[in-house]
Design a protein around this ligand. Structure first.
Ligand code: ADP
Ligand code: NI
Length: 222
């Protein structure tokens, strides 16, 4: 492994995400990086160093250029490109990393579906898996609180809008419980990879169980 390249990616993730309280902190990036490698290995048994490096780098960097988290996407992309060049990655690898981290988010793919490379698909699955399960529950409420969303309000119903724009999706006021129905519970059907699908089933089932219990407790005193 090119340890210096990994260190640089890690350092950028720490620099930009260390103070995040919306569920997109450094540890989210680290989990996405680690899980992407694990999923790939599960499906392919072996992995070459260059692939492991690319998966790790994409995992660490994927949220630092996300426009729901920063207005400085262009500037950060430039910094990333320079660092990747400095570490002698070839143009194809650099292009794959940049394309993946700028096209993998859920909101980006609402209006149209972007086809990612095989490695990109593992990183996208890994990111989506971190929005599921117990970690996903915790992150959803962290995000909701940070964005002044209510936990739940029976008067506000979940809305599903096919082909909604990323902007409209982010602006729409909803509750965090609705977000589970509007997005999170759909994620298991949207996984790209075999290993991703298997883990998403488990984490999705846990999330459904959490929701059932939440609704049960909410209505149990009426
Ligand atoms: P993506 O951008 O592909 O959705 P991220 O990891 O960048 O993936 O962000 C997803 C995380 O943000 C999830 O944990 C999700 O629950 C949270 N999130 C996004 N929008 C909302 C929302 N409206 N309410 C609650 N959580 C949200
Ligand atoms: Ni993410």
């Amino acid at each position: 492994m090119n340890e210096e390249l990994i260190d640089s990616a890690q350092m950028l993730a720490k620099r930009y995400l260390k103070d995040d309280t919306s569920g997109h902190d450094y540890f989210h990036a680290e989990r996405v990086a680690q899980l992407a490698v694990k999923l790939y290995q599960q499906d392919h048994y072996s992995i070459i160093t260059a692939q492991k490096e690319a998966l790790t780098v994409m995992g660490y960097l994927h949220d630092i250029v996300d426009d729901k988290l920063t207005k400085k996407t262009k500037q950060r992309l430039q910094i990333i490109t320079e660092i990747l060049r400095l570490h002698q990655l070839d143009t194809m690898e650099i292009n794959d990393i940049i394309y993946t981290i700028t096209h993998m988010s859920y909101a980006q793919n609402l209006k149209q579906h972007y086809q990612l490379s095989l490695l990109g698909q593992y990183v996208q699955d890994s990111d989506r898996l971190d929005a599921l399960g117990a970690l996903g529950v915790a992150r959803a409420f962290a995000y909701g609180g940070r964005h002044h969303r209510k936990i739940y309000d029976p008067a506000i119903k979940p809305v599903m809008i096919a082909g909604e724009s990323a902007r409209a999706y982010h602006r729409r006021k909803t509750t965090t419980i609705n977000h589970f129905y509007e997005k999170l519970l759909q994620l298991p059907q949207q996984m790209n990879t075999n290993a991703g699908k298997i883990l998403a089933q488990r984490r999705g089932a846990y999330m459904q169980q959490f929701l059932d219990e939440f609704i049960n407790e909410w209505y149990s005193m009426y």
